[in-house]
Design a protein around this ligand. Structure first.
Ligand code: PMV
Length: 350
């Protein structure tokens, strides 16, 4: 049986609520990682990536046009944004305004339920929700593919949160034309058999990271002698994982995800200077995952730009995995996630 992707209920143009709109998006965790850009301005990745959208930690964002205002006003969980965070969101809104032919500033209210900046994909749910709400508020009338392309310009991984379940972000073509590259680099749903997957998330440290993923990626691509071999192997990992997903072969999906993530961290460790996101407690959790496998439980780890570890397993084993990981996570919180829906607009009533 093929896994049914929850519908992405993005409304067509005529129903766009020009003026103000609210959207919700969930984070996604990459099983084949995005690590490295080939074009920093257009956010074009070096390699395609593949992720699972989660059903926990949603971001809800309201964008309201503010006629006559001199600048955008942004709040995160009720706290006014300043500095780099405000600049990033304003630059993203500039792109939306340029496409809409509008000069109107906006009031943006974002509610995040995930710790920001801790390698838990808050930028993915954040820019996916912002893209959907802003495109609607400015009346762009985009479909899910166009919204995925737009979200990519805020944060590459956000392109995948437009879709529920498993999604692949295509690197896009290289014909020498910026327009063709931009048009072809978006996410799309990935067919999968019913794997009944869960991701157990061990929060080793919920604080913000020292080095942003943007800086770390750039340094890795520019200086790491391991980068090119990893990028080449990642293409193979993607092909093999897609057929494992179709077969419903969770053990293969997990093995490929774990080696792809460890390879990505190896590229960073070999960067000059090295970027190291993993903490001692991350390795203790990796040991617990190995022990689970020795005990016959299908459990595989993946890590992003932070010390937290996400463990792919069967839903039926998730409680057992969570217990093993909790003991290793040295007091950190442990969450269980399943496959979640794509980003969508909320009705004014709800
Ligand atoms: O798009 P960003 O800047 O959040 O980069 C995400 C990079 C990783 O989380 C490490 C990998 C991925 O594909 O999500």
């Amino acid at each position: 049986m093929l896994y049914e992707h929850p519908a992405t209920a993005v409304r067509p143009r005529e129903q766009d609520t020009a003026g103000g709109a609210t959207a919700v998006a969930h984070p996604n965790i990459a099983l084949i990682k995005y690590w490295g850009k080939r074009d920093e301005r257009l956010f074009l990745p070096r390699t395609p990536s593949l992720s699972l959208t989660l059903d926990i930690f949603p971001t809800t964002t309201r964008v309201e046009l503010a006629p006559g205002a001199g600048q955008d006003e942004v709040t995160f969980n009720g706290v006014p944004a300043t500095g780099e965070a405000l600049r990033r969101i304003s630059a993203f809104l500039d792109l939306v305004r340029e496409r809409a032919g509008s000069g109107e500033r906006a009031v943006v209210d974002t509610r995040n339920t995930v710790p920001t900046g801790a390698g838990l994909a808050s930028s993915a749910s954040g820019f996916a929700a912002l893209a959907v709400a802003a495109a609607s508020a400015y009346g762009l009338g985009y479909d899910a593919t166009a919204l995925s392309r737009l979200a990519r310009r805020g944060s590459g991984s956000a392109s995948r949160s437009l879709f529920g379940g498993f999604a692949q972000w295509n690197a896009g073509v290289d014909t020498g034309s910026d327009e063709e590259a931009d048009l072809s680099s978006h996410a799309e749903p990935v067919p999968a058999a019913d794997l009944d997957p869960a991701l157990v998330i061990a929060v080793v440290n919920a604080g913000p990271k020292d080095v942003s993923s943007r800086t770390a990626m750039r340094r890795t691509v520019d200086t790491s002698p391991l980068y090119e071999p990893w990028a080449a192997s990642s293409l193979d990992d993607l092909t093999v994982m897609r057929s494992a997903l179709l077969r419903g072969d969770l053990a293969s999906v997990g093995e490929i995800a774990e080696r792809n993530a460890l390879g990505m961290h190896a590229t960073m460790l070999a960067a000059r200077p090295a970027v190291r996101y993993l903490a001692p407690a991350s390795l203790t959790v990796l040991d617990a995952v190995l022990q689970l496998r020795r005990d016959g439980v299908l459990a595989y780890a993946t890590m992003d730009a932070g010390p937290n570890v996400k463990v792919l397993c069967r839903r039926a084993d998730a409680e057992q995995v969570a217990e093993a990981v909790r003991a290793a996570a040295q007091g950190g919180a442990v969450h269980i996630a399943g496959p979640g829906p794509g980003a969508r607009l909320l009705d004014e009533a709800g």
